[in-house]
Design a protein. Sequence first.
Length: 533
Amino acid sequence: MVAVTAVAQVSRADYRVVPLPDGINGIKDNDFKLKESTLVDYPAGNRDMERNAAMLSQYIEDLTGLHLSTRPVNTGNNYGCISLQLDPKMTSDEGYRITVTSRSVIIAGKTAAGVFYGIQTLRKSIPVGKTDQVLLPAAQVVGSPRFGYRGMHLDCVRHFFSVETVKRYIDIMALHGMNRLHWHLTDDQGWRIEIKKYPRLTEVGGWRNGTTLGHNSPVNDGIRYGGFYTQEEIRDIVRYAADRYITIIPEVDMPGHMVAALTAYPQLGCTGGPYEVWGMWGVTDDILCAGKDETLRFVKDVLDEVIELFPSQYIHIGGDESPRVRWQECPLCQRRIKDLGITASAKQSAEARLQGWFTSQVQLYLTQHGKRIIGWDELLDCDIDSTATIMSWRGADPGAQGAMKGHDVIMTPVDPLYFDYYQTDKTWNEPIAFGGCNTLRKVYDFEPVAADLPADKRQHILGAQANVWTEYITCEPQIQYQVLPRMAALAELQWLQPEMKDYQDFKARLPRMVDIYKHYGWTYRAKSLIIEN
Ligand code: TNX
């Protein structure tokens, strides 16, 4: 009989992950042996670091099957441990430094968020698969993000997604080192956030009688569709995101994209309705009436509850695609224009300036409550002062112009950062998408800061974000297919200085990232790994 001895499985870490660390410097020492007996140490009494430790342990267990215990410590003997530490002397708020020697692994950050990003890098360095031991080569690995705003957007209106789906989206963001989730919660096709003072918003506005079929065809499926998040669910999601250092920025789009609210409260529109929660995609003429005081009261009441739910400093107030034809014909809007002494200018109609006034009222209200606004780049066409942050979506030029005028700017240009767009020009085997062609390569090559932007305006570009509008995205696997692996390319441009970017090198590192997607059962576009588009 032949004796069968179990052979220990050993794997080896590779720090060249996505996004690539800024530096990986070898240290002359033996490998650190990560095994089941390795402890994860964190500073006693620090709740954030305790949670960080628990997450690292969970990640390692997910990937390798090794279960590491966590341990609060007061002093420095970390022999044989992974030790999470705060180092106030580090310069970047979100940067990390991982020091691996044969004795220990130290993950340090100036903040707990920085430590979390170090944890993500370590996690991605470890090969996926059951193992008894992972060898971590002795090295110092450092990274810090180029941009402070590293966002993803999710439209939960055109299609509605469960709390679990939103949480998984947050998990995916965390893996990619992102820190802002722009959550689109209201639109013509549904109102998805419970507002206690206006229950009809979700009772009536949360549901549509049917959805257009195909590419916005006149044929409607006739199936009642909808849903909304209770305030309790929203608090839960906000907390879940915060635990992963992700701030959720809610969007209440106004004065356009409001048909769901108008259906619930028709008196808020210029014509008084009746309105119907929309089953088509696109832009409708029915928007909030700017002539009625009741409309502003409504908006402020809604924002009161939104502010309570979201600790984010920013509230997104939309402002996009707001036709002003109703305002042109509405006696109350015209009276408001007269009362305010608004006149058309060479570049702006009186109604455009009325939208500026409306937005300024909302901005003032939010400022008084310690908040700041973000709006779509249409706000640049109205009178709005430079304390409003602009989301540049109709290309990157509006953002650059906004920065010239002193606005902070977040870059989300349709081309190439709309992830609801196709990822290839060969669309015949693709799930239906909005249109366009934003390949992995185009995303990777995007540069948020225009080459000719003067040096003193560059700091206004806060970062970049990809948008996921869901007219044609009906289920979670389809969301994941649209964002993966393009999020990996976006992460790299959010983190790396431009001179460090190298598309071929990125593509060589991508398969190990995709191993993690596969491991968690996330859907992704496999073709993007092997061919250009
Ligand atoms: C434009 S981006 C919109 C959305 C659509 C999207 C589809 C923006 C501010 N408005 O309402 O869903 O295009 O790609």
